[in-house]
Design a protein around this ligand. Structure first.
Ligand code: ADP
Ligand code: MG
Length: 398
């Protein structure tokens, strides 16, 4: 099992200046933070560092300013919410490199936290420019990565800097890596993956990797339509990427080769409109009319999957089973989520889920707290499922 450097590996921290890469790219509405999950996620690490006598400097990106200063993408509005979460003063600096950082940092009180301006205001961040990484590192003694959600990108603040300063994973990143390793690195079998949702083309690589590793693969949501169509089933007006039929067939063939059981829906729920409460029918997959849209997996399929899950020991989940935002097309997602949550609580299943909409769906089902681990990272979680190395994580290996 791969080991990563953690905060303990940084040694004594009293009086040291520790640069922490957070992901403060939080959703904002009318200038206010509308979901502070990512702010709360960095609090334990910052408090631990302060507790050990370190001076903490926080950096993050916000939005996509593409190397220019864009006033609406300033991190300044995050200083107060971060301060509230930490119950400590937070001093904002309107750049992330240069004299102003050094001057503010030198004047810092011991328990104060410094928040730097958006690292993506500089082009060198996303190009992982060595000089920019060195400028970020200047005056700092060590580096802590607490931004798993950004670690699939080799940027200066996630990767480059870790080559310059003694570096370590923060508490949340460490917990994330431990949970992910348990689920896919060295899982208890049978291992089942659920892949659903809408972004079919972008998730095909995930499926290709998973059929080599998992014993069962449940394909749901919009993903399932592409696979059903590839098998010659008429999916009517459903969300479907017909041009990916060959790829879908190749994945099915590979699964058979590797003894991975593929679970596609046998019954489905269809409607003519994509809206809450739309008139709908539950039918067999070969009964779809030309103006039908498949919006959910049917109850017979869900019941069968529930029984299959009872025999599994590990579950990895990305992508809802149906259009869970609009009732009643949330039924399959909610039922399967509840089944997985209950099996996890009973101790027979380790369950890991990730993806923006997946997390929203599990919250909607009221079972997020029952899962063994929920990753809030979207892209990074998917790349991990694809079996890719995450550069910001790789660089922290022991
Ligand atoms: P995640 O963010 O967890 O990676 P995705 O973004 O890939 O998940 O997919 C989530 C979206 O997929 C949701 O908006 C949901 O409504 C949609 N979806 C799921 N099943 C269907 C379907 N059968 N038809 C249309 N949209 C679907
Ligand atoms: Mg999504």
């Amino acid at each position: 099992m791969v080991k990563y450097r953690n905060i303990d590996d940084l040694g004594a921290l009293r009086g040291k200046r520790v640069l922490v890469r957070a992901d403060l790219n939080v959703p904002m509405k009318d200038g206010m933070v509308s979901d502070d999950t990512r702010i709360r996620a960095v609090v334990p690490t910052i408090l631990l560092l302060l507790d050990r006598g370190a001076k903490v400097i926080v950096m993050s990106h916000f939005g996509r300013p593409k190397g220019h200063v864009v006033a609406e993408m300033s991190l300044e509005p995050l200083a107060q919410p971060l301060s509230n979460a930490l119950k400590r003063p937070v001093v904002f600096v309107n750049d992330c490199i240069g004299d102003v950082v050094g001057e503010t940092r030198d004047a810092m009180e011991d328990e104060a936290v410094l928040l730097l301006e958006n690292v993506r205001f500089h082009a060198g961040e996303e190009t992982n420019d060595a000089a920019f990484a060195a400028a970020l590192a200047e005056g700092a003694d060590c580096y802590v990565n607490e931004a798993f959600s950004c670690s699939h990108r080799a940027h200066a603040s996630t990767e480059g800097i870790a080559h310059i300063l003694p570096s370590a994973a923060g508490l949340a990143l460490e917990a994330e890596l431990t949970a992910l390793e348990k689920a896919l690195g060295n899982p208890q079998r049978p291992l089942c993956a659920v892949v659903g949702g809408a972004k079919v083309s972008s998730k095909l690589d995930v499926l290709t990797n998973l059929v080599e590793k998992v014993d069962h693969l449940i394909i749901g949501g919009g993903m399932a339509n592409t696979f059903l169509a590839a098998q010659g089933i008429d999916v009517g007006a459903s969300l479907c990427e017909h041009d990916l039929a060959n790829t879908a067939r190749a994945i099915l063939a590979k699964a058979e080769d590797r003894n991975c059981s593929i679970h596609l829906p046998t019954d489905i729920v269809v409607a003519q409109e994509f809206k809450a409460g739309a008139a709908n029918r539950t039918i067999a997959v070969d009964e779809v009319a030309s103006d039908d849209m498949i919006l959910d997996v049917g109850p017979a399929t869900v019941a069968r999957l529930g029984v299959m899950l009872e025999g599994c020991r590990t579950l990895i989940w990305n992508g809802p089973m149906g259009a869970f935002e609009i009732a009643p097309f949330d039924a399959a997602t909610v039922a399967l989520a509840k089944a997985a949550g209950a099996l996890t609580e009973s101790g027979s299943l380790t369950s890991v889920a990730g993806g923006g909409d997946t997390v929203a769906a599990l919250n909607h089902a009221g079972v997020a707290g029952q899962f063994s681990h929920i990753s809030t990272a979207g892209g990074a979680f998917l790349e991990w499922m694809e079996g890719k190395e995450l550069p910001g994580v790789k660089v922290l290996e022991k």
